[in-house]
Design a protein around this ligand. Structure first.
Ligand code: NDP
Ligand code: HSE
Length: 449
């Protein structure tokens, strides 16, 4: 440690510029200040902030930024000759974040970002620019906040063929679902709490519609399966339709509800296809993901030699996200391009990533929870079960919630035996337009243990 400390005092610091001084940007400044000496010892040199940019210069951010140069136009950070790495913590798939990132890599300056939307949409282009410039591009914080899952898949499981990657990738949804479960509070109230705690995206529809998890899944699938990032192919369903009554029904059946993102590659007619989807699922209470509560994220990777690996931790918030950003900076400070920490942000050069077609999961087998809201009148249950019979869907259990008043709306929930996904879709098509149903049915797959 003494030698390291001496070396770190003599070595030139890694000079960084930070764009975005919100939750994560301020978290990074605090972490770098608090752990300055420890980081310098581990990285072999200090990491120093030289310049910053955000929208409003005069805003009180709770940290002292007076000693850093300020740029009104954040793209100017990339043009500075005293900056080794630009840290993009603004957000948004396009706009100023992308302009800054292109400018940095175009000049051969390293880029660290927490921006999953940008990496999901433009990651290949940026990775190509990074390769061309032999500059580092790192985005650990873009997936699952403080969990080192990008590093885990890119380096830790690199000897394996992965069979499956899945998990809980959105802290806001997980906070909402587990809080609704614990308190019975309604959706809107719980979302407001998550926003107040700094978990939600600037546009929270990205969280609750599953888009944020889809961004992260597209990145993980690329790294895990050597695939070209294909965000457009992620099938996405959010949690807006999940009611407190569904959480109660799931509980009675021995499950919790979690927003699950999953990816795998399987042969379809001899051609490998990539399945990527985000959807709320029923998770058995004895599954490791069932106890993942609050803004926690968890990723399961199944490797052909490693077996099942579980990465779990805080998926959002200033501290955990800053931890991931600074870990990337430390990797770069340790010697990008010198000690094996080279290029290939997606684990292999862009030219070697495969463009898998999107999988058609209809033939895949799963158990399903179905919830109908129906008019409480004779024959309704028979109509629903007839549709199940005609589509060859076998019902394992069925619950009808007691009615409050005669002729009102009641909730019918059922769990199916394992069967092809397409059959459930067919049953719902048969019921489409039925005047027995008072709302859209909710379909929640049951995650296999
Ligand atoms: P915030 O909204 O808290 O902060 C965004 C910052 O960017 C603010 O400082 C804002 O300036 C600045 N900014 C926004 N638009 C512009 C613009 N047009 N020009 C200049 N500055 C601008 O976001 P977060 O810190 O929460 O998120 C940052 C990134 O990190 C996003 O990509 C997000 O997805 C990602 N991320 C966030 C996590 C979290 O837990 N919050 C977790 C993992 C990733 P000003 O302050 O002056 O308004
Ligand atoms: N809004 C994101 C979440 C932040 O809720 O998980 C972390 O990426």
């Amino acid at each position: 440690m003494a030698t390291n400390a001496a070396q770190s005092q003599n070595a030139k610091p890694l000079r960084i510029a930070i764009a975005g001084l919100g939750t994560v940007g301020v978290g990074v400044i605090r972490l770098l200040a608090t752990n300055h000496d420890l980081i310098a010892a581990r990285a072999g040199r200090a990491i120093e902030v030289v310049a910053v940019s955000a929208r409003e210069r005069g805003k009180d951010r709770g940290v002292d930024i007076a000693s850093y140069a300020w740029e009104d136009d954040m793209t100017a950070l990339a043009a500075r000759d005293d900056v080794d790495v630009v840290v993009e913590l603004v957000g948004g798939s396009d706009g100023p974040a992308l302009a800054l990132s292109r400018a940095a890599l175009g000049k051969g300056t390293g880029l660290v970002t927490a921006n999953k939307a940008m990496i999901a949409h433009h990651g290949l282009e940026l990775a190509e620019m990074a390769e061309e410039a032999a500059a580092p591009l790192k985005f650990e914080a873009a997936v699952a906040g403080g969990i080192p899952v990008v590093k885990g898949l890119r380096e830790g499981t690199s000897a394996n063929a992965l069979t499956k990657v899945y998990g809980i990738l959105n802290g806001t949804c997980n906070y909402i679902l587990s809080a609704m479960e614990a308190t019975g509070a309604d959706f809107a109230e719980t979302l407001a709490e998550a926003q107040g705690l700094g978990y939600a995206e600037a546009d929270p529809t990205f969280d609750i519609e599953g888009i944020d998890a889809a961004h992260k899944l597209a990145i993980l699938a690329a790294i895990g399966f050597g695939a070209k990032v294909d965000f457009a192919a992620v099938s996405t369903t959010g949690i807006v339709q999940v009611r407190a009554a569904d959480i109660a029904q799931a509980d009675a059946l021995g499950f919790v509800i979690r927003l699950i993102a999953e990816a795998d590659v399987k042969d379809e007619g001899g051609v490998p296809k990539l399945l990527q989807r985000v959807r709320p699922c029923l998770v058995a209470k004895d599954h490791p993901l069932a106890n993942v509560d609050g803004p926690t994220n968890a990723v399961v990777a199944e490797g052909n030699f490693s077996g099942r690996l579980l990465f779990q931790g805080a998926g959002a918030g200033d501290g955990p996200t800053a931890s991931a950003v600074v870990a990337d900076l430390i990797d770069i400070a340790r010697g990008f391009g010198k000690s094996g920490e080279v290029g290939a942000p997606f684990s292999m050069p862009v030219a070697q990533l495969q463009a898998f077609g999107a999988a058609e999961p209809g033939h895949r087998m799963e158990r399903t929870y179905l919830r109908f809201t129906v008019n409480d009148r004779p024959g309704v249950l028979a109509e629903i079960t007839a549709a199940m019979r005609d589509a060859d869907v076998s019902i394992e259990s069925l619950i009808q919630q007691g009615r409050a008043n005669e002729g009102g709306e009641v909730l019918v929930a059922m769990v199916t035996h394992e069967g092809p996904e397409a059959n459930v879709r067919r049953a719902l098509e048969l019921l489409d337009g039925s005047d027995s149903l008072t709302g859209e049915p909710l379909v929640l797959p049951i995650l296999p243990n």
